[in-house]
Ligand binder design. Structure first.
Ligand SMILES: Cc1cc2nc3c(=O)[nH]c(=O)nc-3n(C[C@H](O)[C@H](O)[C@H](O)COP(=O)(O)O)c2cc1C
Length: 447
């Protein structure tokens, strides 16, 4: 079962658990505009911690578009970026898919290689997310991702399988020299990944049984080995980040495991960890525990202070449904920023509204005319992305594939329409570009 299918069992959107603490306001009572202004005064117009932009140039604001399996392809990412999103994560890609992939676009449990291919100059900075069960395979996949497959597929598989130190071809300072020779032809990569994110969060059972994703939160030694292997295999200039849940389950044993892996990630040299405030067992059911995220961040910063280090960068995830939630989460939990996930599916204007709050403006709601324009643009971008995926670039097949895959986006976009139910029903019938345009004409036509 994919993340997408698991999320269908999720409970309806509700605020993260964030009761008043120490005489302060509850999460929902925090004024997001004031928080945004505070960030701008502290860090400059983007409001992002400068250490984040130092690691990933261009990542200037305290939020990003999360990896969203089945959604966050190049088309969705570009739409988000056009609305002010400073950085995006690909959906999680299995290490073995990446290594087997080549141009065959091997379909796996999660993700499709094509969805993770950078979508041109505009699709940057892009953080590529990988998930797997073997340190060596993960490291080889990370190298292949960063190099965008510029060596032969066989040589990457050899890296994963070879005995001895992973970092063959080490540079004089012990850093891996990346072969950045561009690939000839029109399939050449256009842009590169700004960072590699290791997924230790995915709750999907099938994946857990194979010891991947969130499974590792119950096996700290293995998780740490993976993080070490990925970090060591890449040059220091390529940041490694981590996605975790706040624990495998709610037992004290798993809380201790979480803390071990979380601390090890920073000790190993990962730039930051994004913590989702639900457990792996919880999947997408029930609220995200912002109160526990707050404890995690505060305890970590205490440990940093005691060790004479600067407070680490932590991102929070879970129940970010509006632009206001981004700033409320930051103020409530003490995180450096928030990961925007389900809240931005069909609502890229969330990013514009975050930028509005940072600029001290009132948040702008999208007019129907803007909604129509973006709906048309998203379909067009999806067609371009899918044309690369469909064998032989067959335009008709790309269109029909796009028609089917865009339904779920249309349904989400329709939530902003005054007659949401009718428009959602119309989007469920889409098969082609003509159908899409008909819905726009009929329901957004007078915009
Ligand atoms: C359909 C779906 C797919 C997801 N795919 C990924 C993924 O590929 N990588 C990842 O790190 N997180 C993935 N997530 C988790 C989200 O990034 C996020 O952590 C989670 O949805 C909680 O945030 P929210 O409550 O604001 O949606 C996925 C979530 C959903 C609902």
């Amino acid at each position: 079962m994919s993340c997408e299918a698991e999320s269908r069992n999720a409970t309806a959107p509700e605020p993260g658990v964030a009761p008043p603490v120490g005489g302060g306001p509850a999460g929902q009572d925090i004024d997001p505009a004031r928080v945004a202004q505070g960030l701008v005064e502290r860090f400059g117009p983007g409001g992002g911690d400068p250490r984040v932009a130092d690691a990933v140039p261009g990542f200037d604001a305290p939020f990003f578009q999360a990896g969203l399996c089945g959604y966050s392809d190049a088309a969705m990412r570009i739409v988000a970026r056009r609305h002010g999103c400073p950085a995006c994560v690909t959906e999680s890609l299995l290490d073995i898919t990446l290594l087997a992939g080549g141009r065959g676009f091997v379909k796996a449990d999660l993700g499709d290689l094509a969805d993770n291919v950078p979508g041109g100059d505009e699709d940057t900075p892009l953080i590529g997310q990988i998930m797997g069960c073997e340190p060596r395979t993960m490291a080889a996949a990370a190298i292949k991702m960063v190099e965008q497959g510029s060596r032969s597929p066989k040589s990457y598989r050899a890296l994963a399988g070879a005995d001895g130190p992973l970092a063959t071809g080490l540079g004089p300072e012990g850093t891996r020299r990346l072969d950045t020779t561009p690939i000839a032809g029109d399939q050449a990569p256009i842009t590169s990944f700004g960072a590699v994110d290791v997924n230790l969060a995915c709750p999907v059972k099938k994946i857990r049984k194979k010891a991947r994703g969130g499974h590792w939160l119950a096996q700290p030694d293995g998780a740490i080995e993976i993080l070490e292997a990925v970090r060591e295999s890449l040059p220091p200039s390529v940041p490694v980040t981590v996605k975790m849940r706040r624990g495998f389950d709610d037992t004290p044993e798993m809380a201790a495991n979480f803390e071990r892996i979380f601390d090890a990630a920073y000790d190993i040299g990962c730039a930051w960890v994004t913590v989702h405030g639900r457990t792996v067992e919880q999947k997408y059911v029930g609220p995200s525990r912002w109160d526990l995220l707050r404890e995690i961040v505060s305890r970590a910063h205490e440990r940093d202070r005691a060790a004479g280090r600067e407070p680490r960068v932590v991102f929070g995830s879970g129940d970010i449904w509006t632009a206001a939630d981004v700033f409320r989460m930051i103020a409530y939990t003490g995180a450096s920023g928030a990961s925007v996930a389900r809240g931005c599916i069909g609502n890229p204007w969330m990013f514009r509204q975050c930028r509005d709050l940072l600029a001290g403006r009132n948040k702008r709601q999208p007019s129907l005319a803007e909604q129509r324009e973006v709906l048309a643009e998203h379909f067009e971008l999806a067609m371009a992305v899918n044309a690369r995926m469909v064998r032989g670039g067959d335009a008709e097949r790309a269109e029909s594939f796009t028609g089917r895959t865009m339904r779920k986006f249309g349904i989400k976009f329709a939530a902003l329409h005054p007659d949401a139910d009718t428009v959602q029903r119309a989007f469920t019938q889409i098969k082609s570009l003509d159908d899409w345009q008909d819905v726009l004409e009929q329901h957004y036509g007078n915009a």
